[in-house]
Design a protein around this ligand. Structure first.
Ligand SMILES: Cc1cc2nc3c(=O)[nH]c(=O)nc-3n(C[C@H](O)[C@H](O)[C@H](O)COP(=O)(O)OP(=O)(O)OC[C@H]3O[C@@H](n4cnc5c(N)ncnc54)[C@H](O)[C@@H]3O)c2cc1C
Length: 223
C-alpha cells in the first residue's frame, strides 16, 4: 500500500479553538510547546475531545484491497472518495492473459518455490490489480478470478454487471479525510491484534505518515 498525506491542519488552529473557550489567545506560542501541551491536556486528558475535531488530515491511500475498503468504510466519522469500478474496470481490457489458460492447481505445479512464484512476470502484472497474501492457494485463486473478470469484460459484459465477480483482493484507492478525534478511534480499534492484518498495517502506516509534531496525540492509541 502507498499513503500520501495531502494536507493537514496546523496545531495552532486547534490551540486557537481551545483558547477561544478561555479567551487566552495571548498565551499561544503558535503551535509550539505550550500549545501542544494545551491540546493534549484538554483534548486527551480532560476528554474535551471535540476540540480535536479542528485538526483534519487528508490522505491518498492506494494499493489496498476491497476487503480492507469495506472495513474502512465502517468508520462513519471520515470522508472517503473511492476509485469507482463502474468507471475504471476497462483498465483490464488491455491486459494479456494472467494465467495462460492454467487452473489454480496447474499454476501451483508450474513453480518450484514461492520466490519463483512472485517473481514471475504474470504474477507481477496481476499484483498491479491484486493484494497478495503470501498464501499461494489464495493468491492463485485471486489470479484466476482476475483472469475470469478480464475474459468477461472482453466478452462485452458491462462494468455494472461484471464487477459482481471482483475478488475481494482487487486493489482500490481513495482520498480519505478524517479528523484527529476520529483518527484516534480508528488507530485504537484497527492497530489491535484482533483487527484484519491489512487494516492493522494501514493504521500503522497512517500513524507513520502523520506530521512528526502531531504523532504525540496518537501515541497512546497504538496497540
Ligand atoms: C476487531 C474488529 C472486529 C469487527 N468485526 C465486525 C463484524 O464482524 N461485523 C461488523 O459489522 N462490524 C465489525 N467491526 C466494525 C465495527 O463494528 C465498527 O463499525 C467499526 O470499527 C467503526 O467503529 P466506530 O463506530 O467506532 O467508528 P465511526 O463510525 O467512525 O464512529 C466514531 C464514533 O462516533 C460515535 N458514533 C458514530 N455513529 C454513532 C451512532 N449511530 N450512535 C452513537 N454513536 C455513534 C461512536 O462513539 C463511535 O465510536 C469490527 C471492528 C473491529 C475493530
Amino acid at each position: 500500500m502507498q499513503i500520501t498525506l495531502m494536507q493537514h491542519t496546523s496545531l495552532e488552529i486547534c490551540a486557537h479553538a481551545i483558547r477561544t473557550c478561555w479567551q487566552s489567545f495571548e498565551n499561544s506560542d503558535n503551535g509550539d510547546i505550550k500549545d501542544k501541551e494545551l491540546i493534549n491536556r484538554v483534548g486527551n486528558k480532560f476528554k474535551h475531545s471535540s476540540t480535536l475535531e479542528h485538526l483534519t488530515y487528508t490522505f491518498y491511500i492506494s494499493g489496498i484491497s476491497r476487503a480492507l475498503l469495506q472495513e474502512l468504510a465502517r468508520h462513519r466519522m471520515a470522508s472517503p472518495s473511492v476509485k469507482s469500478t463502474r468507471y475504471t474496470l476497462k483498465e483490464l481490457k488491455d491486459e494479456d492473459s494472467f494465467t495462460d489458460g492454467l487452473s489454480a492447481a496447474e499454476l501451483i505445479n508450474k513453480y518450484k518455490n514461492p520466490t519463483e512464484v512472485y517473481a514471475d512476470k504474470h504474477m507481477i502484472r496481476a499484483n498491479k490489480y491484486l493484494v497478495f497474501t503470501d498464501v499461494l492457494s489464495v493468491d492463485f485463486s485471486s489470479v484466476i478470478a482476475l483472469e475470469n473478470l478480464r475474459l468477461i469484460l472482453l466478452d462485452g459484459i458491462g462494468n455494472d454487471k461484471a464487477k459482481y465477480c471482483l475478488p475481494e483482493s482487487y486493489k482500490t484507492e481513495l482520498t480519505w479525510t478524517i479528523n484527529a478525534r476520529s483518527l484516534q478511534n480508528f488507530i485504537n480499534l484497527r492497530s489491535s491484534k484482533s483487527a484484519l492484518w491489512e487494516i492493522r498495517n494501514l493504521s500503522k502506516e497512517l500513524f507513520n505518515n502523520l506530521p512528526k509534531e502531531h504523532q504525540y496525540l496518537f501515541d497512546q492509541f497504538i496497540n
